[in-house]
Design a protein around this ligand. Sequence first.
Ligand code: SF4
Length: 332
Amino acid sequence: MDIKKLQKLFKDQPKYRLEQTQKSLFQGLINNWQEAMGLPLNLRKELEEKFPIEISGRTFISKDKNTIKALIDLEDGSAVEAVLMRHKDTRNTVCVSSQVGCPMACSFCATGRMGFKRNLEVWEILEQILFFARYLKKINEKITNVVFMGMGEPFMNYQNVMAAIKILNDKNGFNLGARHISVSTVGVVEGIERFANEELQINLAISLHAPDNKTRSEIMPANRNYPIEKILKAVDEYVKKTNRRVMFEYLMLKGVNDSDEHAKALIKLMKKPLYFVNLIAYNPTGIYNPSPASRIKKFKEILESAGITVTQRREFGQDIEGACGQLATLPR
Ligand code: SF4
């Protein structure tokens, strides 16, 4: 589903034709071109041949039915996972992948342990969203939020991720508001700097997970290239330019980063007006143990008593290995 190829196909046609075609695809959510009744029959036939839009994927549904994981097949035989989270309110959030595998090798993450295979193309990112948009259409619902928190480090595939976001946001594309799109990074400083200059109001999240470089380097090897002080300097610049809030994700790992001392060290970093912390309960992927609920509660209280804004992420999809840090695909 190569968008550039689609645009090339329409280069000699009036502009409205491409817009109409893109709208059928991203808003009409057709499953194949025969369903695009507004397009002439010969064009539908040509599109069917040159630009097939069928997506091959399998779904796994959690017991509570609130999380659906999709394993989507790619042309080269690889596969990626994306996750739909159906919130109790009306939100439907899709967590998408930006790479096959991931080069960042975070020790708590199943994707990181797969190694890195390749960046996803723009349409391979969009396919994940289309897959769930079509899924939800059947029950008269829509995707309301997209988060780049699946497999891979989005800022290591910056161009394709941003190109996909532009189509998501475009009025002839998915037409999803920029404020409903979030990108999460381990702290790739060059990426944060570029992101600060994008004229879009997309949300930025930083996977911090430790308040000091020693602990962070142990669980996230990327910290050696991007230590905390460099990341926070880039984030401060981003905040200055955009005046937007930034979320710092903090995975609670028992005996690793969850002590009172860690909380106090985190306070020192987070005491800034537009910073807030999102605590995440760990989903076992083999190496670490999750912090007990009582420890998370205490950790949260320490931060809050110092005036830090803290949110806690709701658990989704642990039973189908679709929760944070659990996404991984084996080569077929
Ligand atoms: S946590 Fe994110 S950045 Fe780290 S290895 Fe996993 S997918 Fe990559």
